[in-house]
Design a protein around this ligand. Structure first.
Ligand SMILES: *Cc1c(COP(=O)(O)O)cnc(C)c1O
Length: 300
């Protein structure tokens, strides 16, 4: 895999999931394979970054910085985008400098992103860093914010026959993607985000501040599918990922998309969806994060 491969929107496709549990209830599940956009910079991060980058360039900033953890898809996507645009980039990483860098950090460094490690305390006071570096264009952690939501709204442009779906479901970290998707969705559509954090109940308000009034009552966040918390997993989740791979050749990441797709199956079992429903599930990528698992864990 070459980090500087071009992003290829034309590789994105919609995969129908052929499973008896859906067929029996006359429910259709389709997956938007955003993970196909790039082997490393996969998924939604590219969409969320687009308008931040545009703003940085328009406002003549000569460097960009952002924040994230040691396995962050956002850090890597930002590193890639800045490399492509020839803009120097700094990644402020949560936690002390590790002896051995994660592959995510090594990749970001190979893309010329400068890594700076912050203690947990300094990380939570990251507003200070932003104030001290006024000449740097800062992208919020995870791309959270209105420009991020504006970019994420464009994800739905890739859905042919968008009006056929009555549910749109995706994973939610900062819920920026969910907000963007809700803003671009149609009046008959319910948008559901599966929170990947444990008891992160601030998320609703953070999301609502990015959502248009006309979409606010069609959007919902579910909190029961975190599998122990952010970037935590159980054997049950790994088994689900392997089963999904064997059955549908669909690779999932354990931080976001596996939890969200598991939720879809669980909701189905609990008769959450009315018969005749058409569900669009956004595969938001993030597969590079699986490199933090044991090599034997996954069959792919
Ligand atoms: C970052 C990320 C998300 C969450 O996006 P938010 O806009 O922060 O909710 C979902 N899926 C993947 C694969 C991600 O990398």
């Amino acid at each position: 895999m070459n980090m500087l491969d071009e992003l290829s929107v034309q590789n994105i496709f919609i995969q129908q999931i052929d499973d008896v549990c859906f067929k029996d209830l006359n429910i259709r599940l389709d997956i938007l394979r955003l993970d196909k956009i790039h082997p490393v910079v996969s998924g939604n991060k590219w969409f969320k970054l687009k308008y931040y980058l545009q703003q940085a360039i328009e406002d003549n900033y000569t460097s960009i910085a952002t924040f994230g953890g040691a396995f962050s898809n956002h850090i890597l996507a930002t590193a890639y985008a800045c490399k492509k645009q020839n803009i120097p980039c700094t990644g402020f990483i949560r936690g002390e400098e590790p002896k051995h860098y994660s592959q995510t950090l090594s990749d970001a460094q190979a893309l010329n992103t400068q890594l700076r490690f912050l203690s947990r305390a300094a990380y939570s006071n990251r507003q200070n860093i932003i104030h001290e570096n006024a000449s740097v264009f800062f992208i919020p952690e995870g791309g959270y914010g209105k420009p991020g939501a504006k970019g994420a709204a464009e994800i739905l442009n890739l859905v042919t026959n968008l009006s056929n779906y009555n549910y749109i479901i995706c994973a939610a970290g900062t819920a920026t993607m969910l907000a963007g998707i809700a803003n671009a969705s149609m009046q008959h559509q319910q948008c559901i985000g599966i929170s990947v954090m444990k008891n992160n109940f601030r998320l609703e308000n953070e999301m609502l501040s990015l959502v248009n009034d006309k979409s606010k009552d069609r959007i919902k966040i579910l909190h029961d599918y975190h599998f122990g918390g952010y970037a935590k997993h159980t054997q049950q989740l790994i088994d689900f990922m392997n089963k999904t791979w064997l059955k549908h050749s669909l690779p999932l990441d354990f931080v976001y998309t596996a939890k969200a797709l598991y939720a879809v199956y669980n909701l189905l079992e609990n008769n959450y969806f009315t018969s005749g429903s058409n569900i669009m599930f956004i595969h938001s990528g993030g597969l590079q994060g699986n490199r933090s698992l044991n090599k034997e864990a996954l069959l792919y």
